[in-house]
Design a protein around this ligand. Structure first.
Ligand code: SF4
Length: 369
């Protein structure tokens, strides 16, 4: 596409955004192909404000836990998973996880636990239920955001129960919401290449729809920067938008840049995504996902300086304090594994936005004027 055509396309999309019209697949591809990154950012920020966004930027005080890194799936982009016999493989018992969380809570008073892990073959559903029940009993005021849709699907295989029944059991034990992982990218062509052992994307949607129908909110993600095309990214976003139209159950969307270190992709020459691609993903997500209120700039992936710039490209959330992150760091993330609240507040304040500490459900806990 020529430069003139690209500018023309952006003008057409801008007219639709200003008029409050919904963008379609062609608009999304035109946005992805646009190299005028500042114009994209400006348009995304305009869209955010036109849809009711303010200067508030959210973060949550949270703790990341991984119950196990033992996984049967072997996704090619994953540097975190181990087989049972590999060095460094671990599977924590529910009691160990609860003890760890209690110790951490004495130090940081987090309000959310974000926990995901591998699909260990030798556990059963009660392992997961016991973790959730143990954490809820020990820390009743902490919101439990645990287990990807892939893990929920794994639990259906372990137990023979439906996705709905697994979610019901976990909800009864204290599960509050689902994280967005396991979505990767929905295009089957790409899934076959990067995650051939992972279940069909329909299961991801089925799990999230079932959670929403049980009144359990969830999050959604997209893993970009590997072998997918722009069209496949846009298609992924539009599929998320359709489910949100149906249920309204997504709290936030988090674009995740692929980290190649310690994966087969590193050996084949893949490198980290460019900062401009990260900013483009944030902007296009904001523009296309007109019904998902929060777009996260995930500082673990892009670093806090870039995450703060992303706040001018449509993002309104910088995730949280995190405390301990293993999955992206196994794949080469150079960021810290923890942010202090003071630092989050400073970065957000320095780009002219108002830091607001939230709980998982986006209730305001503290405002830093
Ligand atoms: S991404 Fe998840 S499912 Fe895939 S290998 Fe890693 S831990 Fe297992």
């Amino acid at each position: 596409m020529s430069v003139v055509e690209r500018i023309h396309s952006l003008d057409l999309v801008r007219e639709k955004v200003i008029a409050g019209e919904r963008l379609d697949l062609d608009d999304g591809i035109a946005l992805m192909e646009c190299d005028d990154i500042l114009a994209l950012g400006d348009l995304a920020d305009t869209a955010r404000r036109l849809r009711g966004g303010s200067d508030d930027v959210y973060f949550v005080q949270n703790l990341y836990l991984n119950q196990t890194n033992i996984c049967r799936v072997k996704c090619k982009f994953c540097a975190f998973a181990r087989t049972e016999r590999q060095d460094g493989a671990y599977l924590y018992s529910p009691a160990e996880i609860v003890e760890d969380a209690l110790t951490q809570h004495e130090h940081t008073q987090f309000t959310e636990i974000h926990m995901v892990g591998g699909e260990a073959p030798d556990v059963d559903l009660s392992y997961y239920v016991d973790i959730v029940r143990g954490l809820k009993t020990a820390l009743p005021d902490v919101h439990l955001k645990c287990f990807t849709a892939s893990e929920i699907h794994h639990m259906t295989k372990l137990s023979g129960l439906s996705h709905e029944d697994v979610l019901r059991e976990l909800q009864a034990a204290g599960l509050g919401s689902l994280p967005g992982g396991g979505a990767e990218i929905f295009a089957e062509r790409v899934r076959r290449l990067i995650a051939p052992g992972k279940e069909h994307p329909d299961n991801w949607f089925h799990t999230h729809r079932a959670a929403h129908n049980l009144g359990m909110p969830t999050h959604c993600t997209l893993l970009y920067g590997h072998v997918e095309t722009y069209e496949e990214r846009v298609d992924h976003l539009l599929r998320l938008r359709s489910l949100q139209d149906e249920t309204g159950g997504f709290l936030a969307f988090i674009p995740l840049a692929f980290h190649p270190e310690n994966t087969v992709f590193e050996r084949r020459g893949w490198t980290f995504s460019a900062g401009t691609d990260d900013l483009k993903m944030i902007a296009v997500s904001r523009l296309l996902l007109d019904n998902i209120p929060n777009i996260k700039a995930y500082w673990i992936m892009m670093g806090m300086p870039m995450a703060s710039i992303a706040l001018h490209f449509g993002a309104n959330d910088v995730q949280g304090t995190v405390v301990r992150e293993e999955i992206f760091h196994a794949a080469g993330a150079r960021t810290e594994t923890e942010q202090q609240i003071d630092e989050l507040v400073r970065y957000v304040g320095e780009v002219g936005r108002t830091p607001v500490q939230r709980d998982t459900l986006y209730n305001e806990l503290r405002r830093f004027e």
